[in-house]
Design a protein around this ligand. Structure first.
Ligand code: PLP
Length: 625
């Protein structure tokens, strides 16, 4: 189990049992109770749910929300901070209704609110929100309708803030709030000079696309003063970028923003809320470093550093402590979902088997005999030389094949010798103290390809788009040694539909060690996929949404299958790209009738064919056994 680093990235929610199964600790590791993932899969199968499945564990979402609030509460109490903490969940990170409903209901005990960036998200938020103490933060560019919807929310008693993303929005807010007779809650997003490292750092910094410069914010102050509305200026917001791996960046940004906040208070703005945006990272690779897929701080450190920084700067200037808001998305929902899929097939080295003759016939072409000599004479000392020779001879053999001087059978012999030599190089190179990059690549070339029943584009879009690392591992058979270096391919016929970067304590690996197939289903899990992946996924090759199952584990260990959402049917995905399934059937009926007229099929065969197509339209878009 250590191979896959589960204890490093599992955050206490995942481990491996003595039986060799991945187990989930729904209440965290401090609570002994755990449930096995293969048992959950069995339960799903009994309920007729096919792979792939996105499994959500509701207890983990609750635990994440509670932990965030507890970490802030501890920091606030231990440092004697006078303000409170108000979390908001950014809907864009996972917009699914079940998720937002769960966050709104469970979060209400902590006044956990929602962040929205569009009219659709605002309507979704207001429909799910239950707690009037919780904040609703409206980011994003706002038109008149967006502003009206927000003002109506204020009228209904919601703490709904408009965050100015550009100066022009202010006039619209002033006009509509005066016309509707509502005092708005206004905030602004500030462009800080501070920047963060990581994938999404462009959200921060003075040159970022979003937010107002301090000069533009001063104009807002002047304008509000003129309208006698400085009491409506309530919030300062910034967002440094998502997945900020380095605590130093978080600290310097909060210090800069707090100075701006203090300046606004001294200008007479009412304020009261400081909103730090997202950025709290997830340690996807479990390395606890400032790599892009990790973070070099704990959640407790994050909270303490923020509270301490805000407090020390404000105490210097005698400004009252505001409520601190963070818009943590990733850290709230990532752990909550895992993608489970079965392996359909394996291909790899067996395409060129190892059984070579002891000697080669003199009649074989010279290039092939030279290649064979290189293979026979390979030692640790001449490894690189043999490798170079092998590439040269293989290319020559291919060229001679094109010219007709090497037969198909001879070329095949050449390829077999070449791969046998590569396998020897792969074995021997591990004995070298320093493995040249070129030779290190061989493992990936020689790896088996495990074909998984899923689509990278639909279920793990960030793995493809920005090469984000997610923990991947088998969810059973973990008492057996996994002896097959492999890469994963999905079932889209796209060469990008693969995973060939895996987490490793020493950095990134190009292969993952998997078990040989033994005739039984082999299940893999991709973990920590609750954030961003569902929303960004697309219909590449018309592979649709997967089945989704939400479970809840009770204190007695029983598993409640709370919700099942069937994934898209073939008809669903076709409809989403403008086909009408009814029209498709009409066209197929005509096509089949034509085949009857041409004498290709009988009328009763036509009936069977049409039934097969109708069933196909109703079926799941993934591979069904
Ligand atoms: N707030 C804003 C304005 C964002 O743009 C984002 C995402 O990039 C977030 C919050 C969520 O960030 P994270 O998922 O890192 O918590």
């Amino acid at each position: 189990a250590e191979l896959y680093g589960i204890r490093n990235w599992g955050a206490g929610y995942f481990d491996v049992s003595a039986e060799g199964d991945v187990v989930v600790y729904p209440f965290g590791r401090s609570h002994k109770l755990n449930v096995s993932v293969p048992d959950i899969i069995r339960g799903m199968k009994e309920r007729g749910l096919d792979m792939p499945v996105l499994l959500r564990i509701e207890n983990i979402l609750e635990s994440r929300i509670s932990l965030l609030h507890k970490s802030f509460r501890n920091a606030i109490e231990s440092l004697g901070y006078q303000g409170g903490y108000r979390g908001v969940f950014p809907i864009k990170v996972n917009q699914q209704q079940q998720v937002i409903e769960k966050i709104a209901t469970y979060g209400s005990m902590y006044h956990h609110g929602l962040e929205v960036g569009s009219k659709a998200e605002l309507i979704a938020a207001i429909s799910q929100a239950q707690d009037k103490e919780a904040c609703i933060v409206c980011n994003g560019y706002k038109d008149e309708e967006f502003i009206d919807l927000g003002l109506h929310a204020v009228r209904m008693g919601f703490k709904c803030f408009f965050v100015l993303e550009m100066p022009r929005e202010l006039e619209l807010i002033l006009r509509r709030s005066q016309q509707m007779g509502v005092r708005p809650l206004i905030g602004t997003r500030v462009k800080l000079a501070s920047k963060a490292g990581g994938h999404w750092s462009d959200s921060g910094g003075e040159l970022s696309t979003f937010g107002l410069t301090t000069a533009q914010i001063m104009d807002v102050v002047d304008r509000l003063q003129k309208e006698d509305m400085l009491d409506c200026f309530r919030l300062l917001h910034y967002h440094l970028g998502s997945q900020v791996p380095n605590i130093r960046d978080i600290r310097s940004a909060v210090m800069e923003a707090t100075r701006v906040y203090a300046g606004l208070v001294s200008e007479g703005a009412a304020m009261g809320y400081l909103d730090l945006g997202g950025g709290l990272a997830v340690d996807y690779d479990g390395s606890h470093t400032n790599f892009v897929s990790s973070r070099n701080y704990t959640q407790d450190e994050y909270c303490t550093d923020i509270v301490e920084a805000v407090m020390s700067i404000l105490d210097e200037t005698g400004v009252p402590h505001p409520h601190i808001i963070t818009e943590s998305g990733r850290a709230t929902v990532a752990y909550y979902s895992m993608l489970l899929f079965n392996i359909l097939d394996v291909s790899g080295a067996e395409a060129f088997p190892d059984n070579l003759p002891d000697t080669l016939d003199e009649s074989e072409p010279e290039m092939i005999r030279n290649l064979f000599e290189a293979f026979r004479g390979l030692t640790l000392r001449n490894l690189q030389e043999c490798y170079n020779d092998a590439l040269y001879y293989r290319d020559e053999i291919r060229r001679n094949f094109l010219d007709g001087r090497v037969t198909l059978r001879q070329r095949t012999l050449g390829e077999r010798i070449f791969w046998a030599l590569m396998r020897r190089v792969a074995e021997e190179k591990d004995k070298l103290r320093h493995v040249p990059k070129e030779l290190a690549e061989i493992d990936r070339v020689l790896a088996d390809v495990y074909y998984g029943n899923f689509s990278v584009f639909q279920s793990l879009p960030d793995s493809w788009a920005i090469e984000q690392l997610f923990p991947v591992m088998p969810v059973h058979r973990l008492r057996e040694f996994p002896d097959r270096p492999a890469i994963l391919s999905d079932i889209t016929c796209d060469s990008d539909g693969r995973i060939d970067r895996f987490i490793d304590p020493q950095g990134v690996r190009n292969t993952i060690d998997l078990h040989s197939l033994n005739g039984e289903e082999y299940y893999l899990g991709v973990f920590l996929v609750g954030a961003y992946q569902e929303t960004l996924g697309d219909l590449h090759n018309l592979l649709g949404d997967t089945n989704v199952v939400s479970i809840r584990v009770e204190e007695d260990g029983s598993i409640e299958y709370r919700r099942e959402l069937l994934g898209d049917s073939v008809a669903d995905v076709l409809s989403s790209v403008e086909y009408d399934p009814r029209r498709i059937m009409e066209q197929l009926r005509d096509t089949a009738e034509q085949a009857v007229r041409e004498g290709r099929i009988t009328p009763s065969e036509r009936y069977g064919i049409l039934q097969a197509y109708e069933n196909g339209l109703r079926g799941y878009t993934y591979f069904e056994r």
